[in-house]
Design a protein around this ligand. Structure first.
Ligand SMILES: Nc1ncnc2c1ncn2[C@@H]1O[C@H](COP(=O)(O)OP(=O)(O)O)[C@@H](O)[C@H]1O
Ligand SMILES: [Mg+2]
Length: 279
């Protein structure tokens, strides 16, 4: 039975789509069957997998509106074990159209239930808003990854998404968990970055991924080649970071890789077993 993980933050440009694409690619490479669901009308995840939006016949829009079954709309990507439910601009009108529809919070959940068994992991890439489409993802998912920047204003954004999480947990999806808060485009040399991480760890103990995704130009170049970063430049820091995140999600040890790259939070963990910054 697949684990459904929504990747959400109402702020744009925090690395939601990047995280979905690269985490999915890594888990697929490892042999897990992965489905990515693009629920953003910008279709960044769709493009990043090299799928041309013009060629898409059925998309997340049709699924949410009940015009097609999810199995009919899923396409295979070129990347090992990764399937995609693509998004197109049609989704932009979805918020309004859903407003009049019965059971509008459960649309994605009902569709995903019918294919959950076919995958090990289902990642849902959310739009930069906390509207009906994102709510559909939160209602449908088992857990939530919140990517964020280590910036002061990002803290406010985090509390908004966590409030929405609580509303969904109390009203629609009592089993939903926070899988983890993920710092992206991270630069551990900046004091503010470490301060923000410390603040978030204080409020959400044990919920911050130890892996931090560094700012890395290869990560930002890869989508224009229609590839996840590990297929674009496997030896890049960005590719290694998403690989480590994959290990962390799977509950595998991280220590060996950590010594090679300084991309962890550099404060000692509870057992004091980790080293100094950028070791
Ligand atoms: N770790 C990173 N290093 C460099 N650029 C990044 C990184 N993560 C994301 N980006 C770039 O930042 C922009 C926003 O990322 P994206 O994943 O599209 O955010 P969101 O989906 O939250 O709007 C994209 O151009 C992406 O390529
Ligand atoms: Mg996005």
């Amino acid at each position: 039975m697949g684990r459904i993980i929504a990747v959400a933050n109402q702020k744009g440009g925090v690395g939601k789509s990047t995280t979905v694409v690269n985490l999915a690619a890594y888990l697929g490479f490892r042999g897990y069957k992965v489905l990515c669901v693009d629920t953003d009308s910008q279709g960044n995840t769709t493009t990043a997998f090299g799928v041309r939006k013009k060629g898409v016949k059925l998309s997340t829009y049709d699924i949410l509106m009940g015009k097609a079954r999810i199995q009919e709309a899923i396409v295979e990507t070129e990347f090992s074990n990764v399937s995609l439910l693509p998004a197109t601009e049609a989704l932009a009108g979805c918020e309004l159209e859903l407003a009049d529809i019965e059971n509008r919070m459960n649309r994605l959940r009902m569709q995903l239930l019918s294919c959950k068994e076919d995958y090990d992991y289902i990642f849902v890439d959310c739009p930069p808003a906390l509207g009906t489409v994102t709510l559909n993802s939160l209602v449908a998912c088992d857990s939530l990854i919140i990517p964020m920047l280590a910036e002061f204003f990002a803290l406010e954004g985090l509390s908004q998404v966590v409030n929405t999480f609580k509303i969904v947990k109390n009203n629609y999806n009592p089993a939903i968990q926070i899988e983890g808060i993920l710092f992206t485009m991270f630069d551990g040399r900046l004091n503010v970055s470490n301060d923000v991480v410390a603040e978030v760890e204080k409020y959400f103990p044990g919920k911050v991924f130890r892996t931090k995704i560094p700012r890395n130009v290869r990560i930002s170049e890869a989508p224009s080649h229609g590839k996840p970063v590990m297929y674009y430049d496997k030896s890049s820091k960005g590719s290694e970071a998403y690989e480590l995140l994959g290990h962390e999600l799977l509950g595998e040890p991280l220590e060996v890789k950590k010594k090679r790259r300084g991309i962890f939070s550099f404060r000692k963990d509870k057992k004091g077993e980790f080293g100094t910054p950028n070791d």
